[in-house]
Design a protein around this ligand. Sequence first.
Ligand code: NAD
Length: 247
Amino acid sequence: MLKGKVAVVTGGTRGIGFEIVRKYLANGARVVLFGSRQESVDKALARLKEENDSWEAAGKFPTLTDAKEVEKAILEVKDTYGRIDILVNNAGISQDTPLYDYTPEEFDKVIDLNVKAMFYAILPVAKIMKEQGGGCIINTSSMVSISGQPAGVGYPTSKFAVNGMTISLARELGKDHIRVNAVAPGVTKTDMVAALPEQVIQAISAKIPYGRAGEPEEVANAFLYLASDMASYVTGEILSVDGASRV
Ligand code: NAD
């Protein structure tokens, strides 16, 4: 579904991001994953190589909250591959601190990675996509961007902002044939969730209308669809993959 395309995936070393990288590679894309440390990038690339030696994957670890470092890394990808067809802004942190214990620094940390870093990556990529005649940007939102959450206000605030950036840029960049969408996962069994005791996972699952948490691969499938030509007229969409948790 992605033969010949070049993709950049931030936060691609584990969890949902890693599954997106695998899915894109398995569908013929060349992928550059961005992680936070050389060690985690190398580990992810080794796992991919072991799974399929012919997959074309590479990695970088710019500080995503540093606009200049991000721009440099993006321009290096363009220099190496000649184009960037797909940008997935997936790196993110969550937290659930009650308001009365919150610090301004904690709020800044969430907004810096979940919102500002997304903008820093989009800036140089959108210029490249415009020049090459189009492309597609997919941001990772969350079900809390629709329902909010009862603690850790920085996290849902950041994801509401992700939706706002997604819808607004879809409207602004449509004329340049750049599609901009987001995927809003519900509770997904990444390492963080899988590490919880079985009873806790069962309690969380019981509240999900579909009766269970999502698998990272199920979320990655939505990223595959949105990146593919099957979604050629889909832009400005926030696609929920959450077992109806948000409603
Ligand atoms: P995860 O913690 O397993 O992965 C997060 C990824 O972001 C990792 O690859 C990590 O390296 C990267 N990252 C974190 N901090 C970074 C930093 N400072 N600089 C660069 N990279 C950094 O989490 P996940 O569950 O796979 O989350 C991925 C995305 O999905 C996030 O945006 C998250 O908000 C969103 N999400 C997750 C769930 C869920 O239940 N797992 C639900 C809704 C939305």
